[in-house]
Write a protein that binds this ligand. Structure first.
Ligand SMILES: C[S@@+](CC[C@H](N)C(=O)[O-])C[C@H]1O[C@@H](n2cnc3c(N)ncnc32)[C@H](O)[C@@H]1O
Length: 588
């Protein structure tokens, strides 16, 4: 697994009627700052002097240190939801191996929007044009030699390029050497949090050791003293640097939130974690200043009061508590105390829930081996066969792991798995917000989309829409309105609903077995409403001043096109009705 995948897995997101879940009014965005976010109800924090570091720190923010979570970013004034709190160019950016061919290694733009040229030296990195290549050369000149050396000694072609973590550490070390170890740039890197001291008790010792060996090989070092020019005087220093990277690297995502690599930004990395974050890191792309994918923004997901801590998430918040906690302990070395993790056991978390067996609209906690008794939180009806639910969830997790593994090597097999397992979880009573159903729906949707060809069938399109709608319904039960993951999911659903129907006959087989999705003008109207809702959420999640990022701007164009199309439909229907009325009255 690449480091980008590793990180994105950690980040990175009920209604029985999906139609009604989507066609209601746009959920209002909470405008009150959340009391959960502040960890300084009693001031136990110290405002820190930046010592000339972090020149990009805006006056809106200050760095404070607490006993509980070390340094963090705090607001000095009220911040409105959807505002850009911080906009920065990362210190170091690398693409994950599977994106090296499809994206520019300088600006990280996808090759589909720009023809790319390959570096003739290493034959590994691609660029949009010579401008991008020149901009990257000061770092790539070291990397180019290292990549060639690595490929020459690799045991197989498949291992001919080191993973993104090794390449990112290489870039950090070359840049530190070139900028000088006493430069602000290098000091910011050196002061990033490391967990070297607690490593010996941690499950990630192996990852650190493996990375250390790989970095030494990548840099072409022959003696420990060779590391001194990088400011690394001992093995301990090297482990420290690796721990800093693992603790602070952030997944680089495309404008539609697909993980494509890793970045290191010491300033953004000062943000501490909550599983109920009030902020998020996005790479919105666009505008005059954000043409590089690697320009990152930290966006306020809800109003943040003056003097409140800015908190983002380090894990995928669609995961159940135990899985989130495991990652936070193993990778970040702390136990999360956020309100979601400390939620009373009497509150049912939609991530770990089963629908009420009496269909009263309530949910029951997902039964476990240790706690098989599960009752609906609303009507108290008990689940009659908890073992069946436990089994379904277990089989679902196994299928998810297998399908995720297979998706790039054998997409058909992966799709077969998701197609078969999803109905089992649904019939066991899992709502779309529940793990692993939500993750399976997302994967199923992407596998269906990947199988679209020029000749798309009505059934395939309708099945994709149903998967996308269930995915949106699941996310909506978990994530706050305005979360960019929700915005992107709504945009995808709206786009699918707006696709021309290949055979829109109301008597087609899919129509008889399911009332969703509708056909004709009703479908277009639903597409329009979904896109409007998506745009509203994207404007928050990617920042209002970014116009909702690249996806938000695309959605706006789709909305304009649909308005025209719906206008034609409305006129056509009105004309048809008027014609009928004229005929009935005997006029010609
Ligand atoms: C990316 S760094 C954040 C900045 C860090 N606090 C510092 O002083 O540089 C991640 C580390 O901060 C600490 N941290 C972040 N969020 C935390 C939380 N909610 N509770 C406790 N520690 C936290 C953990 O040590 C974690 O490994």
């Amino acid at each position: 697994m690449s480091f980008a995948d590793f990180k994105s897995k950690r980040q990175s997101k009920s209604s029985k009627s999906y139609v009604s879940a989507l066609s209601g009014p746009v959920a209002s965005v909470p405008t009150q700052s959340s009391p959960q976010a502040s960890t300084s109800a009693v001031r136990n924090d110290t405002v820190m002097d930046t010592d000339g570091l972090y020149p990009q720190l805006p006056s809106l923010l200050e760095i404070r240190k607490t006993v509980h979570s070390g340094r963090g970013l705090w607001t000095r004034q009220h911040v409105k939801y959807g505002s850009v709190i911080l906009s920065i160019d990362a210190h170091v950016v690398v693409l994950s191996n599977q994106h090296l061919d499809s994206h520019c290694s300088s600006c990280a733009k996808a090759a589909s929007t720009s023809p790319s040229m390959r570096c003739s030296g290493c034959g590994t990195l691609r660029y949009c044009n010579s401008g991008c290549q020149k901009a990257d050369w000061s770092l790539h000149k070291h990397e180019c030699k290292a990549l060639k050396r690595w490929a020459e000694t690799a045991p197989s072609a498949a291992l001919g390029v080191p993973n993104d973590a090794v390449r990112c550490l290489g870039r950090i070390l070359w840049q530190m050497k070139s900028n000088g170890l006493n430069s602000g740039w290098s000091k910011e890197i050196q002061t990033m949090q490391s967990h070297k001291v607690s490593l010996q008790h941690s499950a990630s010792v192996e990852t650190h050791t493996h990375l250390a060996h790989s970095v030494v090989r990548y840099l072409g070092l022959t003696a420990p003293s060779d590391l001194e020019e990088y400011g690394i005087l001992s093995t301990g220093d090297l482990v420290n640097m690796i721990s800093r990277f693992i603790t602070n690297a952030i997944a680089l995502t495309s404008p539609s939130l697909t993980p494509i690599g890793a970045i290191v930004s010491p300033l953004a990395a000062l943000t501490n974690h909550s599983c109920l974050p009030n902020a998020i890191v996005v790479f919105p792309r666009g505008g005059k200043t954000k043409m590089k994918e690697s320009v990152m923004d930290v966006i306020a997901l809800r109003d943040i009061a003056a003097g409140e801590e800015v908190l983002m998430t380090y894990v995928d918040t669609t995961l159940p508590k135990a899985q989130r906690q495991q990652v936070l302990t193993e990778t970040y070395n702390f136990t999360c105390q956020c309100p979601l993790c400390k939620q009373s056991a009497t509150v049912v978390d939609p991530r770990e829930a089963v629908l009420c067996p009496k269909s009263c609209g309530g949910i029951c906690p997902l039964p476990t081996e240790d706690n098989q008794v599960s009752r609906c939180s609303a009507c108290k009806a008990a689940i009659s066969d908890p073992d069946a639910v436990i089994d379904a969830a277990r089989v679902g997790q196994e299928a998810l792991d297998k399908a995720t593994h297979l998706q790039s090597s054998d997409a058909d097999k992966a799709k077969h798995l998701t197609t078969n397992i999803i109905p089992i979880l649904v019939s066991a009573g899992l709502p779309p917000s529940s793990h692993p159903l939500l993750a399976l729906l997302k994967l199923h949707q992407s596998l269906l989309l990947a199988s679209f060809s020029d000749q798309i069938s009505q059934n395939l399109l309708d099945e994709s829409i149903r998967a996308a709608a269930k995915h949106v319904a699941g996310l909506s039960a978990i994530l706050d309105p305005g979360h960019p993951v929700r915005g992107v999911a709504l945009a995808e659903l709206g786009k699918l609903l707006a696709v021309d129907e290949p055979s829109p006959s109301p008597s087609s087989s899919s129509r008889q077995t399911a009332s969703f999705p509708p056909s004709g003008p009703t479908r277009l109207k639903l597409a329009y409403e979904t896109l409007l809702k998506g745009r509203e959420e994207l404007l928050i999640g990617f920042g209002r001043e970014n116009e909702g990022g690249e996806v938000g701007r695309e959605v706006r164009e789709n909305i304009v096109a649909l308005e025209k199309e719906l206008g034609v439909w409305t006129t056509g229907i009105r004309n048809a009705l008027e014609d009928g009325a004229v005929r009935r009255s005997g006029k010609t």
